[in-house]
Design a protein around this ligand. Structure first.
Ligand SMILES: Nc1nc2c(ncn2[C@@H]2O[C@H](COP(=O)(O)OP(=O)(O)OP(=O)(O)O)[C@@H](O)[C@H]2O)c(=O)[nH]1
Ligand SMILES: [Mg+2]
Length: 203
C-alpha cells in the first residue's frame, strides 16, 4: 500500500480490495464498527474524518459538526460494513468502550503533540474491553513538515509498556494534499478489524 509504512511490516490482507460507497437505503450492513480518533487539540483530527467521509478539506478547519461521529459505508468483498468514526472533544469513559479500532493521532510538525498519545493509550487500555483491538498511529499535517522520527514512534510504543502483540499501522498523512492516501489509510484500518475478527474466513 502506497501510503502506509508499518512499525512491523506485514503483508496486506488482500491485494486489491474493492471498496465502494453503499447507498444507505440498501439492505442493512453486516457489521457496524466503531473507530475512535484520539489525540491532541488542533492537529487535524476532524479534518481527517471529513477528508475521508466527504472528500473535502478546508483551510479554516471543518465546519462545526452537530454529531459526535460520522458514518461511512464500505463494501469489502461482499461484506457490508458501516464505520462509525468518533472524534470526541472530551472523551468520556463511555467513548472508549466497545471501540473496534483506535487511531492515535499527532501533528507531524509539532513533536509536543506526541505526549497526548501516551495519555490516550493508557485510557484506552483502562476503559476498552474489546480485544484484539487494532490500533494505528497517524501523523497528520505532513505537508507542514516532519519533525517526529520513526524512532520517536518506536520509543512511544516501548515506553507505554505495550509491546505490540500485533502490528500497528503507522502512517504520515496530509489531508490537505492527498485525500487518496487518507482513503487508503481508513481502508487498511478496516481490513485490520476484519482480519482480527476472522471475517474473511467466515465466507
Ligand atoms: N496544512 C494543513 N493543515 C491542516 C491539515 N489538516 C488539518 N489542517 C488544519 O489544521 C487546523 C485544525 O484542524 P482540525 O481538523 O480542526 O483539528 P482537530 O484536531 O479536529 O482540532 P480540535 O477538534 O480543535 O481539537 C485547521 O485549520 C485545518 O484546516 C493538513 O493536512 N495540512
Ligand atoms: Mg476536531
Amino acid at each position: 500500500m502506497g501510503c502506509c509504512c508499518t512499525v512491523n511490516e506485514r503483508q496486506p490482507l488482500i491485494d486489491d480490495p474493492p471498496a465502494s460507497f453503499i447507498d444507505p437505503d440498501d439492505a442493512p450492513e453486516d457489521f457496524l464498527w466503531k473507530i475512535l480518533i484520539l489525540g491532541d487539540k488542533s492537529i487535524g483530527k476532524t479534518s481527517l474524518i471529513e477528508g475521508y467521509v466527504s472528500k473535502t478539506f478546508s483551510e479554516k478547519g471543518p465546519a462545526f459538526l452537530t454529531t459526535e461521529f460520522r458514518e461511512k459505508d464500505l463494501l469489502i468483498r461482499d461484506i457490508k460494513i458501516r464505520l462509525m468514526i468518533y472524534d470526541p472533544l472530551v472523551p468520556s469513559h463511555a467513548f472508549y468502550r466497545g471501540a473496534h479500532a483506535v487511531i492515535f493521532a499527532y501533528d507531524c510538525s509539532n513533536p509536543d503533540t506526541l505526549a497526548e498519545i501516551y495519555r490516550k493509550i493508557d485510557a484506552v487500555h483502562k476503559y476498552n474491553s474489546l480485544e484484539p483491538l487494532p490500533k494505528a498511529i497517524v501523523g497528520l499535517r505532513r505537508d507542514l513538515g516532519d519533525r517526529v522520527s520513526d524512532d520517536d514512534i518506536k520509543n512511544l510504543l516501548q515506553k507505554t509498556g505495550i509491546i505490540p502483540t500485533r502490528d500497528w499501522i503507522f502512517c504520515k498523512l496530509s489531508t490537505k494534499e492527498n485525500l487518496e492516501e487518507v482513503h487508503q489509510f481508513f481502508q487498511r484500518v478496516t481490513e485490520d478489524i476484519a482480519d482480527d475478527r476472522n471475517l474473511y474466513n467466515q465466507n
